[in-house]
Every structure is written in C-alpha cells, then in structure tokens.
Design a protein around this ligand. Structure first.
Ligand code: AMP
Ligand code: AMP
Length: 331
C-alpha cells in the first residue's frame, strides 16, 4: 500500500492528538516530536507509533526526514524562519507563511479578497473609538489589551517596550472561528466546523459584578486562550461563510504560486447586524477543531463518518499518494 512509504508526523502539542488519530484512521504510521513531559501523554493515548523526545521545538526542523510528512499547527509558527528552511516533507504552502505571520501582509490579503476587517489606526492620535492592541505573531491572545482612547493606550503600552503591535477597532459582537478545508485533489472548499475560544480572563470577568470589578482596579481583560468551545451557527449564515472562504482562496492564488490549500481558519466577530468582521486568518489547522476529533455536525453531514480536520488532512494525503499527486500538496 502507498501509505507504507510515508509516515505522518507533527510536534507534540496544540492539535497533535487529533492529527495523529486522523493519520492512523487513514492507515498511516505516525511520529510525534515532543518534550519529555509530554511523552506520557502520547503514550497514554496510543496515537503515536514513534515518540521522539526533543528539548526545544526548533530541533524538529533538523530531524525531519524524507519519509515523514510533517503537518504544521500552532506550535510551528513560533519558529517560522526555521520552518521555512526545513528539509523533509511539509504539508502546505510555505509561501503563505509570510502572509499569515505578519499582520500587515495578512490584512492586505484579506482586504484585497473583499473581506470586511476592523479598522486599523496607524497612530495612537487617530484613536476615536475603543481599540484592541495586538502584538505580532501567534501568541494566542497573550498580552492583548483594550484601550478606550489615546491616553489610555499610552499608559498601557508603556508596559510593552520594543514590541510590534497593531491598533485594531474593537468590534462589539460575538467571536467566531470558521474551520475550512480546501481540497486540491477534489478542487473543493469544505466547511468542517466552528468554535469559540475560552479565554482567560475575559470569559470570566462577567462573573464579577461591575461594582467588584471597579473595586479590583488591577483587573484588565486579557485574551489568553485556554480551551475551545464547539459552536453551530445559524444556517442562513453559511452562504456568507462559503463566500468568504472562496474569496480568500481566490486571492491567495494571486499572492503566491500555489495558493492556500488544506485546513485554514477565518477568525472574527459576528455583529448583531449579522456581519462578519475578520481579524485574522490561520493558514493551517487550528486548535479550535479539537472538540471535533470524532467529527463535527458539518463533517458528519458531508462524510457520514467520523471526519476530523486531522483525518481530513490524512485522507487528502492518502488520495494524493494514490493518484501520484503528492508533490502538489507537499513543500
Ligand atoms: P502550544 O503548542 O500549546 O504552546 O501552542 C502553540 C500556539 O498555538 C500558541 O500560540 C498558542 O497560543 C496557540 N494555541 C494553543 N492551543 C490553542 C487553542 N486551544 N486555541 C487557540 N490557539 C491555541
Ligand atoms: P486573536 O488572538 O487575534 O484570535 O484574538 C483573541 C481574542 O481577542 C478573540 O477571540 C476575541 O475575543 C478578541 N478580539 C480580537 N480582535 C478583536 C476585535 N477587533 N474586536 C473584538 N474582539 C476582538
């Protein structure tokens, strides 16, 4: 069987359980590169045929080999330079990484695709409404803060010298993360699910009365993601969801040679007017797909079997191998 020649590998964190389970379900042998304290985790769940211990994630890129197809996820992005240089087999389009990891490039991509984005303020003096201050790079919301005006921003940014940031209009609505998959083999855009994040401490501030919040002067909202909550959206919004996905794919083919494919996620806020404002794109599997390791309502409707995003990746790879088209999806 073609699968025997290739193993599927990833870093042991983020969505590795899902990726490895999916790979095994599609008949692949699996390898996980993890830190020592995570070895018992992958042993216990039995999804890794091989566990390779590393001291730092960056070592992974030196240990890749020609028979392990590496599936990127959130833990790879912090080592983007090494990732770009990585030898061995990488699932996805490395060219897109530069667009994903820089907030200004990302914004260019999305706005040229015709996606609605929160307003950006280039200078603090332009701030005329509440803003969310975001640092560059995938940090899972760490360190973000809200500022109501210029003065408030100046006071708060003093705690973060030398950091690159973006000043974004704060959109009032509900956060929503859309999990897409674009299949190169079937030339088709799929919607596999949605999630919302569980963020500390912003998701619990509401448990304290306004009076007590005032009393606790040091409580500022923070957006550190610690988990994900599954979500099903109003069906009439799905037309818009597919439309945004198609636009992003179309534009990605203008900015890079092979465009975006495989799993990706549009991350935004849905307003009471039912408008999506997208503030970020992740061009890879997101951890918000983890609640759906045994499939989401949407993937069940389409596949009538347990189809996670991790398994969908493995199936695409399997079909590419069978059709001798692996080079189209491997960098
Ligand atoms: P980790 O491997 O957990 O250190 O995470 C790597 C990156 O992915 C970090 O930027 C995290 O903030 C992000 N991340 C990890 N888990 C989640 C999650 N459940 N939802 C969203 N982002 C996450
Ligand atoms: P991110 O790390 O970019 O996914 O953002 C982390 C969290 O910050 C999101 O889940 C939202 O709760 C919130 N957020 C980010 N950008 C905005 C925005 N422009 N307006 C409102 N909330 C936002």
């Amino acid at each position: 069987m073609a699968n025997n020649k290739y193993k599927i590998g990833t870093i042991g964190s983020h969505s590795a359980l899902q990726i490895l389970r999916g790979a095994k379900d599609e008949g692949f042998e699996t390898v996980v590169f993890c830190k020592k304290n995570m070895t018992p985790v992958y042993k216990s769940f039995g999804v890794a045929d091989e566990i390779i211990e590393i001291k730092d994630y960056s070592e992974v890129f030196e240990q890749c080999s020609d028979n392990i197809i590496m599936i990127p996820h959130g833990s790879f992005i912090e080592h983007i330079e090494k990732l770009k240089e990585m030898k061995g087999l990488y699932y996805g389009n490395k060219e897109i990484l530069d667009w994903e990891s820089d907030r200004n490039q990302e914004r260019k991509w999305l706005s040229n695709a015709g996606i609605k984005l929160p307003k950006i303020f280039q200078n603090a003096s332009e701030i005329d409404r509440p803003v969310i201050v975001k640092f560059h790079g995938a940090q899972g919301g760490k360190g973000y803060f809200l500022a109501r005006d210029e003065q408030d921003f100046k006071t708060k940014i003093a705690d973060h010298p030398d950091k690159k940031y973006q000043l974004q209009e704060y959109i009032i609505g509900v956060p929503m993360y859309i999990h897409y998959f674009y299949s190169v083999i079937h030339e088709e855009l799929e919607v596999l699910g949605f999630d919302k994040r569980y963020e500390s401490n912003v998701d619990s501030i509401g448990r304290i009365s306004a009076r007590d919040q005032m009393a606790l002067k040091s409580v500022d909202p923070s957006y550190v993601v610690v988990g994900n909550i599954p979500l099903v959206i109003r069906e009439s919004l799905l037309g818009n969801v597919f439309d945004m996905g198609h636009k992003v794919i179309k534009e990605s083919r203008k900015i890079t040679k092979n465009g975006l494919f495989g799993p990706f996620c549009l991350e935004g806020v849905l307003t009471p007017e039912q408008e999506f404002y997208i503030f970020e794109i992740s061009a890879r599997i997101v951890a918000g797909t983890n609640p759906y390791i045994s499939g989401s309502p949407y993937s069940y409707v389409k596949y009538k079997e347990e189809m996670s995003t991790g398994r969908r990746i493995a199936r695409e790879i399997k079909q590419a191998i069978e059709k001798d088209r692996l080079s189209e999806i491997i960098n």
